[in-house]
Design a protein around this ligand. Structure first.
Ligand code: CP
Length: 360
């Protein structure tokens, strides 16, 4: 049995296999209409969502399976204090696979330690969003015909944008990728991602402060929303919220075949006038999300049948250090009674296994 907690939990060959399955589904949807008949997906959404939850639901329905779950944790026994660990042990009695979104970073990893059915991370705080990454990869593959030799500009909130973190990790495993980071000082990409993902994988990476100065170089412009819900200081959000707004004027120097992606929802960072530009691929990207989630559910259930495991916690005890605490207030290890896990990086830093924050 396998979980999908982080983009790199699956190899490049496995990612390609999932994308191939998604393309096969697109080519012949009828062939898969009963592929998950008799199976149940539980969607446990502790945080708001439109696309991810409903595309998972739609995906399972198109595979002939059923869906149960909650979209508001306040209506579940979470409001009575039930932990993530207990919740997944219970839901595992009712469902064959679980998709979980949580505001606390590392919550899906905790779930995977206690679940005897596959767990899919549907977004955890500012940390990761691997199924959005699969959506982005399928979109790039369909729009550009390749996943290598691409210059991609990430623009906006690169600090809190979990989709950016996951996609950079995923693309760093392909060849010929150039990354350009377009963000104000306060919303720069966390330095550990730049160091441990871009630099470590020799991905040429550059930081700039305006989109105009790099627009003509880009094959892909990946826009993001400034994430109000992650700011601790409202004044800072107000100051930064309009940092980058894409309009037709700013696209003047863009390549004719550049594509514009956005995980959505958008607020005002792409003006409506851009929607009619054929390079605007963000609504096509949404539809790809359903197809790739169909492929993922189908694949994880197949792997679970082929390689079931007993429901023993997957804890690597060598990582446990209950004398230390993670410094990230949004980390699940600071709100639930779990073992505190830390991994040593190549340069000797200790990093929390749940949220990847460095121990200060
Ligand atoms: N892209 C994305 O995760 O959208 P939702 O928050 O609506 O699920």
């Amino acid at each position: 049995m396998r979980h999908l907690i982080d983009t790199t939990d699956i190899s490049v060959a496995e990612v390609d296999q999932i994308l191939e399955t998604a393309l096969d589904i697109i080519a012949d949807r009828k062939k898969y209409s009963e592929a998950c008949k008799g199976k149940k997906l539980a969607t446990l959404f502790y945080e708001p969502s439109t696309r991810t939850r409903l595309s998972f639901t739609s995906a399972m329905m198109e595979l002939g399976g059923n869906v149960l779950g909650f979209s508001d944790a306040a209506s579940s026994s979470v409001s009575k204090g039930e932990t993530v660990a207990d919740t997944v042990r219970v839901i595992g009695c009712f469902a064959d696979i679980i998709a979980m979104r949580h505001s606390k970073e590392g919550a899906p990893l905790v779930a995977s330690h206690y679940s005897d059915v596959p767990i899919i991370n549907a977004g955890d705080g500012s940390h990761a969003h691997p199924t959005q990454t699969l959506t982005d990869l399928l979109t790039i593959r369909r729009e550009k015909g390749r996943l290598n030799n691409l210059t991609i500009g990430f623009c906006g909130d690169l600090k809190f944008g979990r989709t950016v973190h996951s996609l950079i990790k995923a693309l760093s495993r392909y060849t010929g990728i150039n990354v350009i980071l377009i963000a104000p000082e306060e919303l720069r990409l966390p330095s550990y991602i730049r160091r441990e993902v871009c630099d470590k994988n020799h991905v040429p990476t550059r930081e700039v402060t305006t989109m105009e100065e790099v627009m003509g170089e880009l094959d892909i412009l990946y826009m993001t929303r400034v994430q109000k819900e992650r700011f601790l200081d409202e004044e800072e959000f107000e100051r930064l919220k309009d940092s980058f707004i894409l309009n037709p004027e700013r696209l003047r120097n863009a390549k004719k075949d550049m594509i514009i992606l956005h995980p959505l929802p958008r607020v005002n960072e792409i003006t409506r006038a851009v929607d009619n530009d054929p390079r605007a691929a963000y609504f096509r990207q949404v539809e790809n999300g359903k197809f790739v989630r169909m492929a993922l559910i189908y694949t994880l259930l197949k792997w679970a049948e082929e390689r079931p495991v007993t429901p023993t916690p997957r804890l690597d005890t060598s990582l446990v250090n209950n004398d230390l605490r993670c410094s990230n207030r949004q980390c699940i290890s600071n709100s639930e009674d779990v073992d505190h896990l830390f991994r040593e990086t190549e340069n000797g830093d200790l990093r929390c296994v749940y949220c990847e924050a460095r121990v200060k």
